[in-house]
Design a protein around this ligand. Structure first.
Ligand code: DC
Length: 215
């Protein structure tokens, strides 16, 4: 079974997908971490993000795996913390706009997911990577609400205005990609999370899944 979830940055996809994975005994796959891992490696190589060829080369040379919930980059376990900072946020947005990088990532995600019951979240899980997913959800909330949630987490010492500006920029990049742009799949269930708690969103998703399939 494949449950695919898409939505803009900061809408709570990771937290929600992780909770649902636990509840429904699904394997959790965070596709954004694939772009973040390639970005991390490119930063470590002191690569130039405006040089497409070198970004593609880094993507080709990055081996990503997930085993027992641990994310490995070139066989080294990498934590969420290592993949989340302002530099990786901005540059992963740029690197993910390169179609060749996307096709490398898409291929690896499909390989990792094959034969498993998974919940995958990102920007193009419902549209490009798993167009035949059993369940498709699109989570949404206004930029201001998403920025406020991010700001309240006090992740990187940025002001609310800075968080909002970075989020808007990344929204724009996500929506204007030549390939894999963020959009709502025609048959996706849209959930506006603006005034819902994480738990309420999880319940909505689980109810929709359970209605059609016994978990
Ligand atoms: O979900 P996230 O913020 O961790 O994703 C990191 C970057 O990768 C972000 O700029 C959006 C991009 N991304 C993408 O283009 N396609 C996906 N399926 C997942 C993430």
């Amino acid at each position: 079974m494949i449950v695919a979830i898409d939505g803009p940055v900061g809408v709570g996809k990771s937290t929600i997908a992780r909770m649902i994975a636990k509840e429904a005994h699904l394997y959790y796959l965070n596709s954004g971490n694939f772009y973040r891992a390639i970005t991390l490696k490119h930063l470590e190589r002191k690569g130039d993000f405006s040089d497409r060829a070198s970004c593609i080369k880094t993507a080709q040379e990055t081996h990503i795996d997930i085993k027992d919930g641990v994310f490995y980059v070139d066989s080294i376990p990498v934590t969420e913390g290592e993949l989340h900072n302002a530099r990786i946020d901005m540059n992963s947005s740029r690197i993910s706009a390169i179609p060749e990088v996307r096709s490398i990532v898409d291929k690896r995600i499909v390989e990792i997911a094959s034969g498993m019951d998974i919940i995958a979240e990102g920007r193009d899980m419902t549209t490009v990577v798993f167009p035949d997913a059993d369940f498709k959800f699109y989570l949404d909330a206004s930029p201001e609400i998403r920025a406020k949630r991010r700001f309240d987490q006090k992740l990187d010492g940025l002001s609310y205005e800075e968080v909002l500006e970075s989020l808007r920029k990344r929204d724009e990049n996500d929506r204007n990609k030549a390939v894999g742009a963020l959009k709502i799949a025609p048959n996706a269930t849209i959930i506006d999370t603006s005034y819902l708690t994480i738990k309420e969103v999880c319940e909505k998703v689980l109810r929709a899944v359970k209605r059609q399939e016994k978990l």
